[in-house]
Design a protein around this ligand. Structure first.
Ligand code: NDP
Ligand code: MG
Length: 364
């Protein structure tokens, strides 16, 4: 590997207005982003979009559904915050990366499905890819300015979700309402179900691989129920750097929007003397097979991660609609991966076909 730092490291610059396009403005991340933008005079909301809920008056330019790149073309943002849920966020991710416009990425599904295409677009465009996912924001901060040669491994923490410690038998009859009750994070329904199945951590594993260029065998997942440590980097000298804080998405959202200035947020400083316990354990991949399926899909590469994501999205929607059992989600994803040929990704149109095909699996 070459000399000097390879992971990006930027110094705070003179304050100037940053024009922000917020996609997914009505969602959990979107609403928290609006709070951050409102409180920061240098952040200017120029465009806002949603899937179906009204966003009139939220920004000078708004759009509900449709092709979000049309809105982005008109808005000419300095930064796109992609907080859309699911594969639907992909065109916006590619639009920003291709043009070298900074991308604050909450929409992990687009990077999972199109990792190689997205990274190639980023290399051409030359813009920043700033993770909003709390674990990846943590890793980005621990890695900032370091040479990849010094990195031993990445450790992603997972709360374990509402069903941590349960057996497969105990998960047979769980309802959407039970699965939607997350112990530490208050999020949109799709990611909340993904947290209960551990598919979210599987998506995050693939996301981390693409964001930081670390091979899968050097990315570990550990269960950490309180979500205080957001992730860690182990270095080759035996040291590990961790990122700690209360589980509050306003911190990584603000970090990405104000990068590299690290503006203040209303989130309180971590109280250590008040009694902070840090507990870690290995994930139970027998009970929660989606984590293992994601790792296999990531390692096999090609279109397998896209298939994993698409089948999971379809299965989660079916579970939320009462058409599929909780354990059925992993079964559907396993079937879709078995049925896929995982051919290498060549272009976006092919990927869209692969995504569509992987959603067609029966959910019975
Ligand atoms: P929500 O379900 O709360 O919000 C989703 C947003 O996306 C809504 O504004 C929705 O609009 C919009 N949307 C959905 N489909 C489309 C579409 N086709 N076109 C335009 N907009 C669309 O989700 P979250 O905010 O929880 O999650 C958003 C993303 O951030 C996901 O990728 C998730 O994995 C990621 N993330 C979320 C975290 C969290 O704490 N919530 C943490 C880490 C990552 P409408 O309301 O009109 O349907
Ligand atoms: Mg996360």
């Amino acid at each position: 590997m070459g000399n000097g730092p390879v992971y990006p490291c930027a110094v705070p610059r003179l304050k100037r207005v940053k024009r922000i396009a917020l996609l997914g403005a009505t969602g959990s991340i979107g609403r928290q982003a609006l709070e951050i933008i409102d409180a920061h005079p240098a952040l200017q909301l120029v465009a806002a979009a949603s899937g179906s809920q009204p966003v009139d008056g939220l920004a000078p330019l708004t759009q509900v559904g449709g092709d979000l790149t049309e809105l982005l073309e008109r808005a000419e943002p300095d930064l796109v915050l992609n907080a859309v849920t699911g594969f639907a966020g992909l065109p916006a991710t590619m639009w920003a990366l291709e043009r070298g416009i900074d991308l604050a990425l909450a929409n992990k599904e687009s990077l999972v499905a199109a990792g190689e295409l997205a990274l190639a677009a980023q290399r051409r465009g030359g813009g920043r890819l700033l993770p909003v996912d709390s674990e990846h924001s943590a890793l980005f901060q621990c890695l900032e300015g370091r040479n990849p040669e010094q990195v031993d491994s990445l450790v992603l923490t997972a709360s374990g979700g509402p069903f941590r410690g349960r057996s497969r038998e105990e998960l047979e009859d769980v309802t959407p309402a039970e699965a939607l009750a997350h112990p530490t994070w208050n999020m949109g329904p799709k990611i909340t179900i993904d947290s209960a199945t551990l598919a979210n951590k599987g998506l995050e594993l693939i996301e981390a691989h693409f964001l930081f260029g670390v091979p899968y065998e050097r990315i570990e997942i550990v269960i950490h129920p309180t979500s205080t440590v957001h992730s860690l980097v182990r270095f080759r000298d035996g040291a590990a750097l961790a990122h700690l804080g209360y589980p509050d998405m306003r911190v990584p959202i603000s970090f990405a929007l104000t990068y590299p200035d690290r503006a203040p947020t209303p989130v309180p400083a971590l109280d250590l003397a008040g009694g902070l316990t840090l507990e870690f354990s290995a994930p139970d991949e027998e009970t929660f097979p989606l984590l293992r399926l994601a790792r296999t899909a990531g390692e096999k590469g090609g279109t397998y991660p896209c298939v994993f994501n698409a089948a999971n999205e379809a299965a989660v929607a079916a579970f939320l609609a009462g058409r599929l059992s909780f354990l059925g989600i992993a079964a559907v994803v396993a079937d879709a991966l078995d049925a896929a040929d995982g051919a290498p990704v060549r272009d976006l149109d092919e990927l869209i076909d692969v995504d569509r095909e992987a959603r067609r699996l029966p959910v019975a």
